[in-house]
Design a protein around this ligand. Structure first.
Ligand code: GUN
Ligand code: ZN
Length: 472
């Protein structure tokens, strides 16, 4: 048995900050001097050093000073085979897919290329502090296999699957519903629940799916009810118009997935920019999740996700944050939080009535404000809850897998350290309010250079190079 302890300053969450309006700190847990005890990769104790140190006196203890330690970040929506095509110029979703995405993803039919791409992908995740992801692959089993194999080598928790498309794409890119069903079944048998690997039935999006493909998804879900379902929903106006034309019997986008029995716990729809109030309500009632891909929604010009609507306490929708690489142009969820904050502020202005009093909804306006509590909850415990992984990851509760990130609040552009010195004295934060201010500084002034170390199952998997030359 391997046993160790980490001593340092810890922040995690015990509740949803949106349910603590005005006193969000009640949703957080903070130890200025804390101890995290880990046995064989699993957390066995967590608390104040002063309280636990007696019991664990003999355990090898690693001290991490002048850092904030948080649960590893959870990316609810990311595309492995788009690792190389970040930052493509000038297109909205549908022409962007055609021009950039399909040709690049096609290369992942070649196992050598897939291995190389997948390795870059995981290097980038770890350098961003992301320890869990729900990922799209592409329409060949090769890519999904390589993701499962590489995740297992790195002992990382992933949810992924063959990403099916058989409409509105070149013939060389599609997969038939029959092959999708057979190849998915084989991968489920081989990888689902093996180590930390989990399988998601993954129709790419309704705009790229025939009734037969969605029926194959339904069949897979019926045969394996414990599987995840991962897709896109209501991202872009042209896409949504296309779906309405293809599925004339469905009153809205969500209804397509409902028709095929896919919407329930463990369903995640990415983007949801143009979801109606009624669709939000149905997602909430079903226990299904939506992913706020803030950077991508801005990058591809898709629109402004209604954060305050998704977090309506009457109809709260489970929510993950997603980078959506390469629709999003950064791997870092810290950057996603930065973009999400700005989207929230814009929504908040619209809803405070100052533009048009008829649009005023002060409660929804407030819910759009992405405080550091709301932000970091969403990429840790909140993300885990939305993915139904909260028994496994997302906080420092005993029994969970010891994935965590070590943040240096001074890491970032030159402006960062002097800014942070406004907030904290030598010795680091002594209370949750100061820690939260530092976290806000990290997401708004700093960047991914704040990620100093990333730990997976109690082992350090990433350490920032002291020179900035390292590349991946
Ligand atoms: N919808 C279908 N495929 C994709 C994709 O690769 N990226 C994004 N952002 N949306 C999609
Ligand atoms: Zn996507």
């Amino acid at each position: 048995m391997s046993r160790k302890a980490i001593r340092g300053t810890f922040v995690d969450f015990i509740d949803d900050p949106w349910t603590h309006v005005g006193h969000e700190q009640d949703a957080a847990r903070f130890f200025a001097d804390g101890l995290l005890v880990i046995e064989d990769g699993i957390i066995t104790a967590f608390g104040a050093y002063a309280e636990l140190s007696g019991t664990y006196r003999d355990v090898e203890t690693i001290e991490i000073r002048d850092r904030l330690i948080l649960p590893g970040f959870i990316d609810g929506h990311i595309h492995v085979p788009q690792t190389r095509i970040l930052g493509a110029y000038g297109e909205q979703l549908l022409p962007w897919l055609k021009k950039w995405v399909f040709p690049e993803e096609r290369k992942y039919r070649d196992r050598g290329y897939a291995k190389e791409g997948v390795s870059h992908f995981f290097d980038n995740l770890l350098a961003s502090g992301t320890t869990t992801c729900q990922a799209f692959t592409t329409s060949t089993a090769v890519c999904a296999e390589e993701v499962f194999e590489e995740a297992a080598r790195r002992n990382m928790r992933v949810i992924t699957g063959i990403t099916g498309i058989d409409r509105n794409a070149p013939e060389w890119f599609t997969i038939s519903p029959g092959d999708f069903y057979t190849e998915s079944t084989e991968l489920i048998r081989k990888y689902h629940g093996v180590g930390r690997n989990l399988y998601a039935i993954t129709p790419r999006f309704a705009f790229g799916a025939s009734e037969e493909l969605l029926d194959a998804c339904r069949r897979l879900k019926t045969e394996h009810p414990d599987l995840w379902v991962h897709t896109h929903i209501s991202e872009n106006p042209a896409e949504i118009r296309g779906v309405a034309a293809m599925f004339g019997d469905c009153p809205d986008y969500l209804a397509v997935y409902e028709k095929f029995g896919l919407v329930g716990p463990k369903f995640t729809g990415g983007h949801g920019v143009w979801l109606t109030d009624d669709e939000f309500r149905r997602l909430s009632a079903a226990g299904a999740a939506v992913t706020f891909c803030a950077g991508s929604n801005l990058y591809l010009g898709s629109g402004l996700f209604r954060l305050g609507r998704a977090t309506d306490p009457q109809h709260r929708v489970l929510m993950t944050m997603g980078t959506d690489v390469g629709g999003g142009n950064r791997f870092s969820l810290l950057n996603t939080l930065e973009e999400a904050y700005k989207v929230g502020m814009l929504n908040s202005t619209v809803l405070d009535g100052s533009i048009d009093p008829r649009q005023q909804d002060l409660a929804e306006s407030e819910r759009n404000k992405l405080s550091p509590y709301r932000a970091f909850y969403s990429i840790t415990k909140g993300g885990a809850e939305a993915l139904y992984l909260d028994q496994l990851v997302g906080s420092f509760d005993a029994g969970k897998e010891a994935d965590f990130v070590v943040l240096d609040w001074n890491g970032g552009p030159p402006a960062t350290a002097w800014h942070m010195s406004l907030l904290v004295e030598d010795g680091g934060p002594q209370d949750i309010a100061t820690a939260a201010e530092l976290l806000f500084g990290i997401m708004m002034v700093g960047d991914d250079r704040a990620v100093d170390e990333t730990w997976v199952m109690g082992e350090r998997a990433y350490k920032k190079a002291s020179s900035e030359k390292a590349s991946s």
